[in-house]
Design a protein around this ligand. Structure first.
Ligand code: KG4
Ligand code: ZN
Length: 377
């Protein structure tokens, strides 16, 4: 069966056709995967403007849908089901995809499957590499989320760690802005960090403060021992503030708490010489990658995971990819990361998660709506 997938949770309008292969170990195949990026529109504003995003989705959705059918060389008659991102994301953006998918499904008399965006990122791994050896520890690192999942059987995702403040991608985007590197920040930091010295600045480790570590309800209570569960959560706001203070110091701006807040929308770092920007980017990135991988590998060890998956936009990061693979070899555990085109937001991954859900839970009905803060557990 061919499934049409629609993704409009943030600033990419995406549609894909994903087919079932009939093979148990490699269940899905991409027939087309179209993304219309709005980056050029939002770059001017230094970040995603929700109202502009939803309006652009309305303009692009029909063309993207038609392009997905054309690239797959099928007509709509060959589509047996539709999957769509229900949330989380920007509600105005989500609504465009959900309304489109429901209307098309209703008019064609075919099922529509609501999909959680992070289930899509997780299933991008199976889409790219075939079924993972289970149980697996899967790290999802994107602009809005940094969460670690335990997958003990296909389609069953249990959260065992998450960020207490910023997502990793958000930290990349904010630090890039501060350094005058523009939007989106992840790829820009990745690029300039290559020329930098990653030990030039000793930023604090991206971990919870003592008070947070003693928070009453660890995320992974019951799956991991409580003291381990507390260590698995992420925190990036302290690191971001440390970068901000350093930039202020170097550019001669005041480093008091009010300035810290104000400069979140500042780009004081653009006044620094490029080699220094590269050193800051590299030093920041070293800490982020260490924090992500330390926790993922620690949790995988505790859980007896047979594989590790890393997905989401930040998994496109070259340092994260290289270090994850090196650590996998060292620890004797296979590490799976999707190719770049499936790391950042796309509809093929939503198609994969849609087929997973269709075959495990069956199709839903048309009653669902877009949900900005939908949870996956
Ligand atoms: O998964 P994604 O495309 O969208 C969300 O679901 O949020 O992730 C986008 C995030 C952005 O924060 C972007 O800066 C980050 O992924 N990103 C990267 C890289 N490419 C994208 N971060 C670090 N290095 C990269 N190469
Ligand atoms: Zn995403």
């Amino acid at each position: 069966m061919n499934l049409l997938a629609i993704e409009t949770s943030c600033d990419e309008t995406a549609a894909a056709v994903v087919a079932e292969t009939g093979a148990a170990d490699r269940p899905w195949q991409i027939r087309s995967n179209i993304v219309a990026s709005q980056v050029a529109i939002h770059r001017e504003w230094g970040g995603v403007v929700p109202e502009l995003a939803s309006r652009q989705h309305v303009r692009d959705i029909c063309g993207v849908y038609e392009a997905a059918l054309a690239e797959a060389a099928v007509t709509v008659d060959a589509i047996g089901a539709i999957a769509v991102t229900q949330g989380p994301g920007l509600v105005g953006s989500l609504l465009v995809g959900v309304a489109f998918a429901k209307a098309l499904a209703w008019s064609r008399g075919i099922p529509v499957v609501p999909v959680h965006h992070l289930a899509g990122h997780i299933e991008s791994l199976t889409l790219a590499h075939g079924e993972l050896p289970l149980p697996a520890a899967v790290l999802v690192v994107s602009g809005g989320h940094t969460s670690l999942y335990f997958v003990d059987r296909p389609g069953h995702y249990q959260v065992i760690g998450r960020t207490r403040d910023d997502a990793a991608g958000e930290a990349y985007d904010k630090v890039a802005k501060l350094l005058g590197l523009g939007y989106p920040g992840g790829p820009a930091i990745d690029r300039v960090a290559r020329a930098g010295n990653d030990r030039a600045f000793a930023f604090p480790a991206a971990r919870l403060t003592h008070a947070d570590r003693n928070a009453p309800r660890p995320t992974a209570d019951g799956i991991l021992p409580a003291d381990i569960a507390r260590r698995i959560d992420f925190s990036f706001s302290g690191l971001k503030t440390a970068v901000l203070r350093l930039v202020r110091e170097r550019t001669g701006s005041p480093a008091d708490a009010r300035a810290v807040k104000a400069a979140a929308s500042d780009d004081a770092g653009s006044m620094l010489p490029p080699p220094e920007v590269a050193d800051i980017a590299a030093s920041f990135q070293r800490i982020v990658v260490e924090a992500l991988l330390d926790r993922t590998f620690e949790a995988a060890g505790w859980l007896g995971a047979r594989s590790i998956g890393i997905a989401g936009g930040v998994s496109a990061n070259s340092r994260l990819r290289a270090e994850a693979e090196a650590r996998g070899v060292k620890h004797g555990i296979p590490v799976f990361i999707p190719p770049i085109a499936l790391s950042t937001d796309n509809a093929a991954m939503i198609g994969a998660a849609g087929l997973r859900r269709l075959r495990t839970l069956g199709a839903g009905n048309l009653d669902f709506n877009a949900e900005a803060s939908l949870r996956l557990e």
